[in-house]
Write a protein that binds this ligand. Structure first.
Ligand code: KE4
Length: 426
């Protein structure tokens, strides 16, 4: 039994499923999760001394790779003077100012501790600001595990959502309506069927929780127009795309304005951080200056701010990393397509910026229904073949590959060679 397997057996006795977040348990791909001990640049090391090229990067935060020296130094310099105060620090002001300087259309920011908390708070603000109750989300988009977001499509297309998890009450789910990604008509039908009741439409500007599904031309602007027409707010959930697609995130990358934007991952530099942001008029409705309550013991934690600020500063100083990451992702995508053709394997590869995902289907993937046509058993075998060859991918078909600025040309060549061999073995 490997050290990872031993640890997993121990873990399953004291942690649900042996993990602190479900996707880590490898249930969609089989086998035993690797317990990691070290990350450096684009590589990670597990408890058994096996090394991998990492395409998870903590699900997005490690956009510059692991253990970046400037980030480690910022954390060390901060922590020797105290880890947390529950009182204001200059770092929180600097972080908010930094985000506002990089992201279009935001004037104020509130720091929280996760993407889930950012979305939950933004939804409460949208409801408080508009006096409306209903929220429209998209099938296949994930916005964290707050009750209102753990909702599946209701029985009738125009009725309220159904709980998507035990423990979520009908009451919590009833105000969440479900639309189809890249289908503006499905949004318009919901808005028309619920006149004056929809507080917000929340969308992943690039859907990266059903694999990677880019917005069709006009989709995001179409949402903007529909929200303006119906008096609803448009929320971009940029927990993944924020500071990754571009310094200004998806708003910059696609040139579409959102009313509220949620963040996480990259802004923490690897530490637990989330944030939501918007206009002054909206954000000043949040406590203590407004009637929308939201709070958090570790919100704006100075060590997390130091890590996040250091990462954002490097992204600001080196804007070339965005082109580098996109080129790297395109390289992998092109080689995956060529290998799949060579080996006669049905594959669609979606790639946007530094995000990509191979689907084992011959259906172009532009929505959740199409993503679900993928042969997930084939993905599982591909995942394990790649893992054996030292390439660490998302242990689920419905996640993204995250390319960082630390992935070298040598990493990329190794990855596409491993992919060619893995596809040949399917
Ligand atoms: P967290 O609460 O996990 O920090 O963020 C929730 C969240 C919100 N919005 C988007 C677009 C997200 O992708 C996420 C979380 N992403 C997943 C990865 N697909 C986190 C991985 C996990 O659940 O372990």
């Amino acid at each position: 039994m490997s050290r990872s397997e031993e640890l997993f057996e121990r873990a399953k006795k004291v942690l649900p499923g042996g993990v602190n977040s479900p996707v880590r348990a490898f249930r969609a791909v089989g086998g035993s999760p690797r317990f990691l001990v070290k990350g450096l640049g684009s590589h990670i090391l597990d408890e058994d001394g096996l090394e991998y090229i990492d395409y998870i990067g903590s699900w997005g935060p490690m956009v510059l790779g692991h253990s970046h020296p400037d980030i480690l130094k910022a954390v060390y310099d901060r922590m020797v003077n105290g880890l947390s105060f529950g009182a204001p620090t200059a770092l929180e002001v600097e972080m908010a100012e930094k985000m506002i300087s990089m992201v279009p259309n935001i004037e104020m920011v509130r720091m929280v501790n996760s993407g889930t908390e950012a979305v939950m708070s933004a939804l409460r603000l949208a409801r408080g600001a508009t006096g409306r109750d209903k929220i429209i989300k998209f099938e296949g988009c994930y916005h964290g595990h707050s009750d209102a977001m753990l909702v599946g499509a209701g029985s009738g297309a125009l009725t309220q959502g159904e709980p998507d998890s035990k423990g979520v009450t009908k009451g919590a789910a009833q105000d969440t309506l479900m639309a189809q990604y890249n289908d503006l008509a499905s949004v318009e039908r919901l808005l028309d069927a619920n006149p004056g009741e929809v507080a917000a439409v929340i969308v992943e500007p690039v859907a990266a929780n059903m694999g990677v599904v880019p917005p069709k031309d006009g989709f995001l602007q179409g949402l903007r127009n529909l929200c303006d027409k119906h008096g609803a707010l448009l929320i971009f959930d940029e927990v993944i795309t924020g500071f990754r697609l571009a310094a200004g995130g998806a708003q910059e990358y696609f040139g579409v304005r959102a009313d509220l934007v949620t963040f996480g991952k990259i802004i923490g530099g690897g530490m637990p951080v989330g944030a939501y942001a918007g206009s002054r008029a909206l954000m000043e409705q949040v406590a203590p200056c407004g009637p929308v309550y939201q709070a958090g013991t570790l919100s704006g934690n100075p060590v997390a701010m130091a890590a996040g600020l250091a990462q954002l500063q490097i992204l600001t100083d080196h804007p070339e990393v965005y082109t580098v990451m996109e080129t790297s992702a395109q390289y992998i995508a092109n080689h995956l397509r060529a290998s799949a053709d060579k080996h006669g394997i049905k594959m669609q590869v979606n790639q946007v910026g530094s995000l990509l995902c191979p689907y084992f289907t011959d259906t172009p993937v532009d929505c959740f229904a199409a993503a679900k046509t993928s042969d997930t058993k084939k993905y599982a075998k591909y995942f394990n073949e790649m893992l054996l060859r030292g390439v660490y991918l998302a242990p689920s078909q419905f996640e993204a590959m995250f390319v960082s600025s630390a992935h070298t040309q040598k990493d990329l060549a190794f990855t596409v060679q491993a992919a060619d061999e893995s596809l040949a073995a399917l």
